[in-house]
Design a binder for this molecule. Structure first.
Ligand SMILES: Cc1ncc(COP(=O)(O)O)c(C=O)c1O
Length: 430
């Protein structure tokens, strides 16, 4: 593209900027009527990825018996079969004794955890969150919208705190937990949704100590390690064990971890895991036993047989499919936007998202412009509680689902919308 002397857009002369804007407006006008149907909003695996796990089908060949003799076809066992717990231990880096292997969705075990914390108590004593008039959770932002929805579902208020490249801003977190209504913090510690950041060792140890710093004695770190093994490159980020950090800080009863195979095998038919102290697992069992006589142990056994000894190789197969998509996003952002001073974006080494910040006030405009010509993006504000991005600047990009050609076309449109909207804003301010 024709950048004027490598200067940022605000440094361009009004003549240059106006000429360039007319050019972009013309390109944008040409897109109308193109009948496009592109989508960068879906944080789900593509068909090629889910197909990597089709070997699950029929893998048991009629042998439904688990290692300890359990007939997986029958009722029972709220914590799942031992070998599925071992798979959870491998994914989460937590001892098998501390794992519960559940049904297909980690969100449902997060729901179980919040429900138990609210009404039954996580520690088998009188500490229930519902004893408090107001219950609040810290929400590092930008963050995962379903954490917000889940919290709102229980009437829990969210307190946004900023995320840095190394995790939540811990000074802000410590200041916030002085309020005894604050009962916990949501964390996506590796390849965070949406920024892709991995929490530093220092942040992990500060988070492990946070329940001690908190005014509430029923504070919980909600550790959603959804992307624990989802590296794009052979050399992925490493995440310090919060389990060990919590043991050192004396807070093991105040950390609950989640993961699943949703983005390892079949997103709608995987196995979810929860990791916690023995005391917390006992409390969760009581609630769980009321609404289910046990998880789908047949599916757990299928997963164990399928992933046995080849989890890393399987994740490398995923990476081979999606890495080019992330690299294409990076290539087009760099080519079209570098040096213009109108956007920043993350370059994650794993996970499912790229987080884009445009000029303040422009995210909803860019998303609407894209929508008008057939490109769906995650709604503006989705990465903030109540859908309220105070700067209206964050856009979550999900490149895994579409084909390379679709991503290419979508990124061309997205960058054109960003340039056009930014030029209009910059000119309008002169
Ligand atoms: C951070 C995070 N947690 C949880 C989930 C959903 O997990 P599950 O499919 O196990 O319910 C997602 C899906 O996008 C996610 O990004």
């Amino acid at each position: 593209m024709t950048t004027a002397n490598n200067q940022t857009m605000t440094q361009w002369s009004t003549e240059e900027l106006s000429a360039q804007l007319s050019h972009w407006q013309g390109q944008y006008g040409d897109l109308n009527g193109g009948n496009l149907k592109l989508d960068l909003s879906r944080g789900k695996p593509g068909v090629e990825q889910v197909s990597l796990s089709n070997g699950l089908d029929g893998i048991l060949q009629g042998n439904y018996i688990a290692e300890d003799g359990t007939d997986t076809r029958n009722y029972g066992g709220t914590r799942g079969i031992a070998e599925a717990r071992a798979l959870g231990a491998e994914i989460m880096g937590v001892p098998e004794a501390n794992i519960m292997a559940a049904g297909n969705s980690s969100l449902s075990v997060m729901h179980l955890t919040l429900r138990t914390a609210m009404d039954l108590g996580l520690w088998g004593d009188g500490r229930l969150w519902s004893n408090a008039e107001t219950v609040k959770l810290l929400a590092p932002v930008p963050g995962y919208d379903r954490h917000f929805t889940l919290s709102n579902h229980f009437g829990i208020e969210l307190v946004p705190i900023p995320v840095t490249d190394s995790g939540p801003d811990m000074d802000a977190a410590r200041a916030a937990v002085a309020d005894s209504a604050v009962k916990g913090i949501w964390c996506v510690p590796k390849y965070s949704n949406p920024t892709g950041c991995t929490y530093s060792d220092d942040v992990v140890s500060q988070l492990a100590a946070l329940p001690r710093d908190a005014a509430a004695d029923d504070f919980v770190v909600l550790w959603d390690n959804a992307y624990a093994v989802h590296d794009l490159y052979e050399q992925g980020d490493t995440l310090t064990s919060i389990f060990e950090a919590a043991a050192a800080a004396g807070t093991v009863d105040h950390v609950v971890q989640f993961a699943s195979t949703s983005k390892i095998t079949h997103a709608g038919a995987g196995v979810a895991f929860l990791a916690a102290s023995a005391k917390v697992l006992d409390a969760l069992d009581k609630h769980l036993g009321v609404f289910s006589i046990g998880p789908d142990k047949v599916n757990q056994l299928r997963h164990v047989k399928f992933l046995n000894g080849r989890l890393s190789a399987h994740m490398a197969d995923h990476a081979a499919i999606i890495r080019p998509k992330f690299e294409l996003v990076e290539e087009i952002f760099s080519r079209e936007l570098n040096g213009l001073g109108i956007a920043t974006w993350t370059k994650p080494k794993g996970g499912y998202f790229v987080s884009l910040d445009v000029l303040p006030g422009l995210a909803s405009k860019v998303i609407a412009m894209a929508k008008a010509v057939g490109l769906t993006l995650t709604p503006a504000g989705a990465t903030f509680p109540k859908g309220d991005d105070p700067d209206d600047k964050n856009i979550r990009i999900a490149p895994t689902f579409g084909s390379l050609d679709e991503i290419h076309a979508a990124m061309d449109i997205l960058t054109l919308c960003i340039k056009t909207a930014s030029a209009e804003q910059v000119l309008g301010a002169r």
